[in-house]
Design a protein around this ligand. Structure first.
Ligand code: GRF
Length: 228
């Protein structure tokens, strides 16, 4: 029997995406196993990991520490759990090429916007301020460019006029909790690859990410369709 894919999750906050990964990947047969949850600061996400019996670590930057130095220390800690896949789930630091060098084509990120639109922070408020009709979330492989690596999939929803940033964030997060475990399972099952910046899914090049409508994703989740 082949060994399950070993996953290390990096986070900085509440860890609702980590929880979705615990419930839908770690605790399910045939997917991957989360071998470590690592934060750069105190975070409720680590408590979630501990409750699930997952090893945790906190790698805090020291005062005025150079990014290069921090990234090497972080890389060392991540490598100790020998992951096949590194999953960024709300990790609030930009990772340099120094960190990524150890894990090329094996780092995923989820970003709360329809990339390439709205890279960076405060995406929900910026989307509202701009009067956008559509918003959503994107899962991509991580490259040297901030929120700029090759796209795998997006989930989009219509912005209801009058919705505040917090409510919009909640709506987007519900989609993330369906989308991210699905993508992680694809990787763990060997369906998803990234080499030299090119993504393949089931042996076919994925030129641009797959776009799901919110309703479609929610229905899949409700009917417990194998999210394969
Ligand atoms: C998510 O909304 C994700 O898109 C962004 O950070 C947030 C993390 O939330 N990268 P949580 O800690 O998983 O609840």
């Amino acid at each position: 029997m082949t060994e399950p894919c070993r996953i290390s999750v990096l986070l900085s906050g509440g860890g609702t995406n980590l929880q979705a990964l615990i419930d839908q990947v770690h605790l399910q047969p045939g997917g991957g196993v989360i071998v470590s949850a690592i934060s750069n600061r105190e975070a409720f996400g680590l408590t979630r990991a501990e409750r699930a019996g997952i090893a945790t670590a906190t790698v805090e930057p020291t005062a005025a520490e150079a990014r290069q130095n921090y990234d090497l220390r972080l890389q060392q800690v991540v490598k100790e759990s020998t992951p096949d896949l590194v999953v960024l789930a709300g990790f609030m630091r930009i990772l340099s090429p120094t960190f990524l060098a150890g894990f090329e084509g094996r780092v995923l990120n989820i970003h709360p916007s329809l990339l390439p639109e709205y890279k960076g922070l405060h995406t929900h408020q910026r989307v509202i301020d701009a009067g956008e009709t559509w918003h959503g979330t994107s899962v991509h492989f991580v490259s040297k460019e901030l929120d700029g690596g090759p796209l795998i999939a997006q989930a989009r929803l219509r912005v209801t006029p009058g919705t505040g940033a917090e409510a919009l964030s909640d709506e987007v997060q519900l989609l993330e909790h369906i989308l991210y475990p699905r993508i992680v399972r694809w990787f763990c099952c060997g369906r998803l690859y990234c080499e030299g910046g090119r993504v393949t899914l089931d042996g076919q090049p994925l030129e641009k990410g797959i776009c799901y409508d919110a309703e479609e994703l929610r229905q899949d989740a409700e009917t417990n369709q194998p999210a394969g």
